[in-house]
Structures are given as C-alpha cells and as structure tokens.
Design a protein around this ligand. Structure first.
Ligand SMILES: [Zn+2]
Length: 89
C-alpha cells in the first residue's frame, strides 16, 4: 500500500496538527487561533520554469489568520505524515 501526499487534508486535520504542535498563535498579531480564525488553502508551487527539469512541485498549505491576514506556510507532506501517524495509533 502506497501512501501519497496528494490526498485531501481537511481544515480539521490542519487544526489538529497546529494545536498538537502548539502552533496556535498568529506570529503577526499573536491572537490565539480557533476554528473561526483561520483559513486553510492548499497550493502547489511549481519550481522555477527556467530551472532544472527535476524540480518537483512543492505542496504547501497556506494558513491565513482571519484576524490580521497574516499568512503562514506549512509543508503539506509533513502534515500528511503526522496525520498518518495519528491514525495508526
Ligand atoms: Zn493574525
């Protein structure tokens, strides 16, 4: 069974990850984030088009503070791995 990092990561999954890692305060405004305070976007950054052809796309999750609009990026594969570990328990 192969595990890919392309499957959906829900907003609830991201919140559990953030809270378990104690990454719950916005770095910009310091506000403690709760469910209504963050917005999660999944985006894929392609490597520079002029770069080497081996550049793999980077999947990141963009977490937006709805209080001040501050943005944090988290590696999608890191969160996916963490979720897998939680589910195995
Ligand atoms: Zn903020």
């Amino acid at each position: 069974m192969t595990v890919t990092c392309t499957r959906e990561i829900s907003k609830a999954d991201v919140e559990r990850f953030l809270f378990s890692k104690h990454i719950t305060a916005c770095p910009a405004c310091g506000r403690f984030r709760s469910q209504c305070d963050l917005d999660v976007h999944s985006i894929t950054c392609q490597g520079s088009p002029s770069g080497s052809s081996s550049a793999a796309p980077v999947d990141v999750l963009m977490v937006v503070c709805q209080n001040c609009g501050g943005i944090q990026f988290h590696d999608r594969s890191v969160i996916a791995n963490w979720i897998d570990c939680q589910r195995r328990k």
